[in-house]
Design a protein around this ligand. Structure first.
Ligand SMILES: Cc1ncc(COP(=O)(O)O)c(C=O)c1O
Length: 383
């Protein structure tokens, strides 16, 4: 795709998100899992940088059972945009947010007695029931009630007042490694809590544990529902090649060459003069930088595609500009399309690859694509 129409006259740096591929990934998962297993896609952090509203609306239309965000502010944006399906707030809520979440029929995660008390009181005042999910910490040691405190759990969450516990879940810390026994240990701890609490009819609540890697590696973790994030965006959650599910990346990150100059042999480029031309070189300047989410770690390490060729990023990435050695691609000129993530003329740069260059994980590369980069949505319902 050349420059999207609405970018005419603006900086030509943008992200394309293909919603028909999102749909394909979601339906692939839906058809692969038993129908009894609910799917709650995770769309926190602006749907991992893809844009939460269009992603949520499409997933809702596809029949997602619920959607998960991190915080209330994210859920409110979705409600305002017409997302009506259940929304789980994975990080719970802060004192003072109770009324808003009850009004908007949001489902917070609660695992602290004080917050449960506040929720119960606020719901009582509003005379409106509010659902919440209880997180059980089985080894991540981040949020949730420790699995050893199952007895306390039973006492606190048994009764249903205005605040009703409609789900119980845990979160894995090593699910991408199928050979690591820790996920099975976590599952065992979770199962212990669930069976100890069986007399409170927790069996009828929504029990969930698996993230994308858990879904693929641990069939026994599917329980009543799963919480895929990375997989629905078409990113492989496992370290090796994709096998079980054919996932299609839905995001491309693009820009256009802004200027091209000759850098004479021996001359340097960029802050700190960290790149020195070993031959007369053609250097392309790109109107994108670390403020847009191009990790500074990619300085002198990353690659981009121009004219279907992989070309090295040279010199230090600056806030708004990046340099590329375009000598190997004949005739590069101002206005040429540049692909930072995605496919061009049959050559592809995956976000997994970018993450490896940046010594980080695909989640961070995606979530960091800046707010000033416009998102363009392809694959409308009719296509
Ligand atoms: C509690 C919880 N569940 C599920 C997910 C989805 O994880 P993934 O993107 O690996 O599928 C996340 C993401 O960080 C999470 O925090």
């Amino acid at each position: 795709m050349s420059l999207p129409n609405f970018l005419q006259g603006n900086r030509p740096t943008w992200v394309e998100v293909d919603l028909s591929l999102l749909q394909r990934n979601f339906l692939g998962l839906r058809n692969w899992l038993p129908q009894s297993v609910k799917i709650m896609p995770v769309i926190k952090a602006d749907a991992y940088g893809h844009g939460a509203v269009p992603v949520a609306l499409r997933l809702q239309k596809m029949g997602a059972d619920a959607l998960a965000v991190a915080i209330l502010e994210e859920a409110l944006v979705l409600r305002d945009a017409g997302v009506t399906c259940p929304l789980l707030l994975l990080n719970g809520f802060w004192p003072g947010q109770e009324n808003e979440l009850i009004r908007c029929q949001l489902t917070p995660v609660v695992s602290c007695p004080n917050l449960l008390q506040r929720l119960e009181e606020a719901a009582g005042r509003a005379r409106q029931r509010v659902a919440y999910h209880l997180e059980v910490d089985t080894g991540m040691a981040r949020l949730g009630v420790a699995w050893e405190d199952a007895a306390a759990l039973r006492a606190k969450h048994a009764s249903s007042g205005w605040a009703q516990c409609t789900g119980v879940f845990t979160h894995f810390s090593t699910a991408e490694d199928a050979s690591n026994p820790f996920t099975r240990i976590q599952l065992e701890r979770f199962t212990q809590v669930l069976s100890a609490a069986a007399e409170q009819r927790w069996q009828s609540r929504w029990r969930h544990a698996a993230n994308s890697a858990g879904i693929l590696n641990f069939r026994e973790s599917w329980l009543d529902g799963v919480r895929p994030g990375l997989a629905i965006y078409g990113v492989n959650p496992l370290p090796g090649p994709q096998s079980l599910l054919k996932l299609s990346p839905i995001l491309s990150f693009k820009t256009q060459v802004m200027q091209v100059r000759t850098l004479r042999h021996g001359r340097s480029a960029g802050y700190g003069n960290t790149f020195c031309a070993e031959r007369d070189s053609r250097i392309a300047t790109l109107p994108v930088g670390y403020a847009d989410g191009v990790a500074r770690e990619l300085s002198n390490r990353g690659q981009v595609l121009i004219r279907g060729k992989r070309l090295p990023i040279v010199g230090r990435i600056s806030m708004d500009l990046t340099l590329v050695d375009a000598t190997e691609a004949m005739g590069v000129e101002t206005g040429d399309e540049v692909v930072l993530i995605g496919t061009q003329r049959g050559e592809t740069i995956l976000v997994e690859e970018v993450a490896a260059w940046g010594r980080t994980i695909p989640y961070e590369i995606l979530a960091r694509i800046g707010g000033r980069v416009p998102r363009v949505y392809l694959g409308s319902d009719s296509t």
